[in-house]
Design a protein around this ligand. Structure first.
Ligand SMILES: NC(=O)c1ccc[n+]([C@@H]2O[C@H](COP(=O)([O-])OP(=O)(O)OC[C@H]3O[C@@H](n4cnc5c(N)ncnc54)[C@H](O)[C@@H]3O)[C@@H](O)[C@H]2O)c1
Length: 324
């Protein structure tokens, strides 16, 4: 079976992907500096605590483990923080990735799956969004991901580094059977924040009720973390089979409004969500929904979690413990 290095494997999406890779028999090595990840999210023996910036150590790890392909999750992910401290984001997400790519060149590893984001589209002119839509990020976080995508396109041309760049929409849910969950600090994502409000009784603020959507709240495409993990495995298999570089959106293709998510949380928990309404947040587009027909048609991927209540139910056990 192939040897896969997962950077950022001790994080939320990384740990769910590591779990699925192991279940399918891949030989997995995790590289993580634990800056936002958790030691207990991956099997101890797989974890190498190391920064992307330690090019020498990363090169040695790639050579020693005879790595065939890399899945690159390691990055900082908070959009709001990226607007306050852009240097932190360009350094870690862009310079950190460059260090990894140099190590891969030295170790002659020529396949990579990269975590990109719907944030590369900024405020799209229409939705659902195809991969051909304009790349126009509206915050430094999105710009770091768009930049790395462009670097990867050049590395393909100049050096034959084959990449699949996956643009995720709103990652959510958890795999409670595997003991895995979402643990971002601070938490900025909608579903965990709504569940937190249920557990703590502290009201959650809903930003904006006057968007041009049927109920006035923002619409997003919620993609379950296990479906995301499956997309990574499809991408690895494509590259290992000699496939060309590709860019794919990863979403369900169906949007849900904030009010619909709130209703799903109330249905799953059987409790009201304490909430207040606030003004719109700057830079929040009204609607972001993926056209992920390319990923479905070309790699045969299909999301299993298409119902909000199922997604929320998968997160509820861990969120209950987390905020109690
Ligand atoms: N969560 C989402 O909704 C979402 C949406 C779109 C894209 N993404 C992308 O998916 C990836 C994973 O996101 P996540 O939600 O799992 O985040 P996370 O913070 O849970 O995981 C990131 C992991 O990377 C590690 N890391 C960060 N910088 C590192 C470095 N320099 N060296 C080594 N390790 C480092 C962290 O310790 C952490 O374990 C990120 O690249 C993110 O931009 C996430």
């Amino acid at each position: 079976m192939s040897n896969i290095l997962v950077t950022g494997g001790a994080g939320y999406i990384g740990s769910h992907t590591v779990h699925q890779l192991l279940e399918r028999g891949y030989n997995v090595t995790v590289l993580d500096d634990l800056s936002t990840g958790f030691r207990d999210a991956v099997p101890e023996a797989r974890l190498h605590i190391c920064s992307l910036f330690d090019t020498e150590q990363v090169t040695q790890l790639l050579v020693r483990q005879q790595i065939d392909a890399v899945v690159h999750f390691a990055a900082f992910i908070a959009v709001g923080e990226s607007t306050k401290d852009p240097e932190k984001y360009f350094t870690n997400n862009v310079a950190g990735s460059l260090s990894l790519f140099s190590a891969m060149a030295a170790a002659e590893v020529k396949k990579i799956v990269f975590s990109s984001t719907a944030a590369v589209y900024g405020n799209p002119v229409s939705t659902p969004i195809p991969e051909t839509a304009a790349i126009a990020p509206v915050n430094p976080y999105g710009e770091t991901k768009a930049t790395v995508e462009r670097v990867l396109a050049w590395l393909d041309q100049c050096r034959g580094l084959r990449s699949v760049r996956l643009r995720y929409f709103n990652a959510c849910g958890a795999n409670p059977e595997a003991g895995l969950s979402e643990r971002h600090v601070p938490e900025t994502h909608l579903i965990p924040l709504l569940l937190k409000a249920v557990v703590t009784g502290q009201p959650m603020t809903i930003f904006g009720t006057d968007y041009p959507t049927p109920d006035g709240t923002c619409i997003r495409d919620y993609i379950h973390v296990d479906d995301l993990a499956k997309a990574h495995i499809a991408a690895i298999d494509h590259l290992l089979a000699g496939g060309a570089s590709e860019v794919f959106n990863v979403g369900t293709g169906r949007g849900f409004s904030v009010r619909e998510v709130l209703a799903a949380v109330e249905a799953v928990t059987g409790k009201p969500v304490p909430h207040v309404f606030g003004d719109r947040r700057e830079g929040d587009p009204a609607e972001l929904v993926a056209d992920s027909s390319q990923l479905r048609n070309r790699l045969g991927w299909t999301p299993e979690y298409t119902e909000l209540e199922r997604i929320v139910a998968s997160a509820w056990p861990s969120e209950q413990r987390r905020w109690a």
